[in-house]
Design a protein around this ligand. Sequence first.
Ligand code: HEC
Length: 322
Amino acid sequence: MPAILRTSFVLVAGFLLLACEDTGGLSALPQSIDPVHVTGTNLVDGELREPELRVRFDRPLLPISVLRQSLVVVTNDNRSVEPPVVRYDPVLREIAVASPFPPGKEWLTEGGYYRLVLGVPDEGATVGGVRAVDGGTLARNATRTFGFVVRGAPTPTTATDYCRDLQPWLSARCGNCHGASGGVLGLDVTSPAGLKRTAIGVVARQTAKGPTVGGTEPSALVLAQDLPRIAPGDPSRSYLIYKAFLGEQPPASAPIGCPATPFSEAERGEPLADRDRSALADRIPGGAMPLTGPGATRDELLHLSRWIAAGAVLPTSCDACR
Ligand code: HEC
């Protein structure tokens, strides 16, 4: 089979696979007239210098549309490589394309030339490719192919320490309502033990299927069903992030007392456009968190999504402030 045909075949096969999955009401979405564009990647002069290839988008993506079938990585001669692991960070509106293998086993070859190709759905199709929360597809005329050479030297990124960067913020901003005794909706974010018991892997009530939340019919206006409050390894399926993200504010005038590690400007990315914030809010029941008081800063949200992406590992306890 000619290489180009083979690439199309892989993409088409991916879309068919996606079509067979539970799309959670995706087909019921209105076709948005606002397309999605790529705003940047972490490639530097055509080189990949980090372990993951990251691609940023201008619009917030529907988590269930971010699948490894939505893209393909091919070699210089158009052979597709082992499908990568694909993660989505809702705070940065960024997908990370990473090795599917355990550490130590090579995926892409150092010095090799590869291309990442993002798929777009066929004309009129309701599934395929990454989608905005309101159904918008990748702009057909936009750049969807990114060539790169693999260079091993990883650039250091800001590391997140749960006790220093997250616990003080969660306790100060959320603890009034989501504390140890009788936390709202049974959620306790004020200690590692509380999070472990009430958040890690616990389905958010507002996304739960069933008669308690607006009937059993899947609604086109829910981001996704049965989302855990925190899904270790997957920020895009962690409902708590979306609730806090909707309340994002510039750094508060009254800091919380335990300074978290700051991110660089490049790592922080662009804030969400107003129309996209309301498209997201339309699909999230209830209000933005915290209901009262200063909202999360970009750095706090980034620490949250980094920590979740790294597996949401919790210590047994935290000192008051480190
Ligand atoms: C002033 C009280 C208050 C504060 C402070 C507050 N919340 Fe909430 N939270 C609520 C209420 C009330 C609800 C349910 C209604 C709603 O979602 O608007 C809720 C719902 C939630 C839910 C949905 C849980 C589920 O199972 O569906 C999450 C997640 C959440 N809050 C996270 C947070 C986080 C994170 C913070 C801190 C950044 C925070 N909340 C701060 C009152 C609060």
